[in-house]
Design a protein around this ligand. Structure first.
Ligand SMILES: [Zn+2]
Length: 194
């Protein structure tokens, strides 16, 4: 597996964990153990926690990508998590107010928010990593037609180009280093084998 695929496996694991937490909370709500208000607050808190972890994962795995390509030790950008608790509370309350398919919608919310936070963390960290020139879209396990279109057959996008995504998409950027940096890495390897 490539470094990006390892990262995608981590975000998948994180999403699965928070999806389970959210469904347990919803089941307690259905069983009458939690009020609407408490359920929405606990669900929002669980997802908010997962998204802050996801941002950190994005930053850390970006470092792993740089180190994998250059062989040079790199520091994380230190991207801070955003606090989305108000927005998530509103989203969870909206779902609970309309109980049709609520479990499925909460499940999707938890999953989608986790992946989006990981993508945002990676993208923001990328802006602060001078070795990176751009990125290529690395598909998730089951890329849809939209994601294939956004990839433009593996086109290299400048790093400031926004990472296009849809809900539930776990595609992630695979980094491309600046030309001069790449040749520096190449030169270094030549020196090592000489
Ligand atoms: Zn897709």
């Amino acid at each position: 597996m490539s470094v990006v695929e390892d990262f995608q496996a981590e975000t998948e694991k994180l999403a699965a964990t928070v999806q389970r937490q959210v469904l347990v909370l919803y089941a307690a709500h259905v069983a009458g153990e939690l009020t609407d208000l408490d359920t929405a607050a606990l669900i929002a808190a669980a997802i908010n926690k997962a998204t802050s972890v996801a941002v950190g994962l994005g930053d850390a795995w970006l470092v792993a990508q740089i180190e994998d390509v250059t062989g040079v030790a790199t520091l994380a950008a230190g991207v801070g998590p955003t606090d989305d608790s108000d927005r998530l509370l509103k989203a969870a309350s909206t779902v609970l107010a309309e109980p049709a398919d609520a479990a499925m919608r909460l499940d999707r919310l938890a999953r989608s928010e986790t992946f989006e936070a990981a993508q945002n963390g990676t993208w923001q960290a990328m802006q602060q990593q001078p070795l990176i020139e751009g990125w290529v879209r690395q598909f998730d396990a089951d890329p849809c037609q939209l994601c294939r279109w956004w990839s433009r057959d593996g086109r290299v996008w400048p790093k400031a180009h926004p990472f296009q995504r849809h809900k539930g998409c776990n595609c992630q950027p695979r980094i491309v280093l600046a030309e001069n940096i790449k040749s520096t890495g190449y030169t270094r390897r030549l020196e090592r084998t000489a």
